[in-house]
Design a protein around this ligand. Structure first.
Ligand code: AMP
Ligand code: MG
Length: 352
């Protein structure tokens, strides 16, 4: 592929003249990586099949994993879907723009390559000012998965995107860090009640504030690995650093003790061990590659740091990562969902 242009844009003072350039690239069938409030996305004109195929190619994404279509105003959803049920309107009214994607019946305008042949389409309206303005200026709906190589942790900083995709896409917009740091919540709104297909920035608890009932796809609950997820992307291993990740779960003291023990054992046989921990426990580990995700009291910080921390271990060249688990409340649900996938479901449960 040809050269990738990188544009720096300050999200707090967007230079609209510069932004016009990637907007035009999008409209004309090119690929543009840009920041959103969840993670960086790799966009292409959603109505241009050839352009959308470039996304799959650049990422090495399996073609059976459908893409989310991004819009800049609520009314732009109308031509993309068959109908908008009342509950979907309610959800959009409350949480858009923001980190939640809704699944509705697709209209004929959506190319098959986007939906991987499903009769539904995933739509989101991001709140990040660069994402929002870029889509508006491109004058087209923008298909955009996370801007990482398939299987790697999602990018939360421009440097992650440059590392994975420079030379493979037309433009990268460098626009600071992403607020949430995890991908959007995916919610199927085609049934009577919302059904969460992927946990994310908007939590089940947030949805329960406006809906009497909120369902969760059983296949994404732990212990149901044999069920097929309704969201095709959830079946893949994901978010994986080079090293093998093992999660240790139990009360905090037991967890620290077990990780210390495992670290010693593995180092004895010559492995380099990394530890993914929290601010509260960091001092308890002797020196080595010890990275904190943040304080257990601030799950938003942990969500924000998780992917960058996983990528940092790649630079430190460790062979094995032991990770502490965190509480699955609120955003902790999405954090643990991503961690468990990064670990390929390798969890040591203590005290049971
Ligand atoms: P990414 O943009 O990389 O975060 O991935 C998008 C996620 O949305 C993947 O898990 C997809 O499987 C999911 N997704 C996209 N379209 C649909 C759809 N029509 N039905 C269910 N899940 C979808
Ligand atoms: Mg992704």
């Amino acid at each position: 592929m040809s050269e990738t242009k990188v544009y720096e844009i300050d999200p707090k003072a967007i230079d609209e003249e510069i932004l016009k350039v990637p907007a035009k690239v999008l409209k004309n069938g090119g690929t543009v990586a840009f920041p959103t409030e969840t993670v960086y996305g790799l966009g292409a004109n959603a109505l241009d099949e050839k352009a959308v195929k470039k996304i799959f190619q650049a990422k090495g994404r399996p073609s059976d994993n459908p893409l989310i279509v991004h819009i800049s105003k609520i009314e732009e959803i109308i031509p993309l879907v068959k109908e908008i049920p009342e509950n979907a309107k309610k959800l959009m009214g409350k949480f858009w723009p923001g980190p939640i994607t809704i699944i509705l019946k697709r209209s004929h305008r959506i190319p098959d390559v986007i939906t991987a042949g499903l009769d539904t389409v995933a739509i989101r309206m991001p709140s990040h000012p660069i994402a929002n303005k870029l889509i508006e200026k491109s004058q087209v709906p923008v298909a955009a998965p996370s801007a990482n190589l398939s299987g790697k942790p999602s990018p939360t900083k421009a440097e992650h995107v440059i590392h994975d995709l420079k030379g493979k896409v037309d433009v990268i917009i460098s626009g600071g860090s992403c607020d949430v740091g995890l991908e959007s919540t995916v919610v199927d709104m085609t049934g009577e009640w919302p059904m969460i297909l992927r946990p994310g920035g908007i939590t089940k608890e947030d949805l329960e504030e406006i809906f009497e009932k909120v369902e969760v796809d059983k296949a994404i609950e732990e212990g149901n690995r044999d069920l097929i997820p309704k969201s095709p992307g959830m079946k893949y291993t994901h978010y994986s650093p080079k090293a093998e990740v093992v999660i240790v779960e139990g009360n905090i003291e037991e967890t620290v003790k077990e990780i210390q023990k495992l670290k010693k054992e593995k180092e004895k046989i010559g492995l380099r061990v990394g530890i993914l921990c929290t601010d509260e426990t960091k001092v308890l580990y002797e020196e080595g590659v010890v990275i904190s995700m943040g304080s257990r009291k601030e799950v938003t910080t942990i969500a924000n740091n998780l992917f960058a921390a996983l990528r940092l271990f790649d630079e430190k060249d460790v062979d094995r990562i032991y990770a502490e688990s965190i509480d699955r409340k609120f955003l902790g649900h999405a954090v643990m969902n991503r961690m468990i996938k990064a670990a390929g479901y390798n969890v040591i449960k203590l005290g049971r």
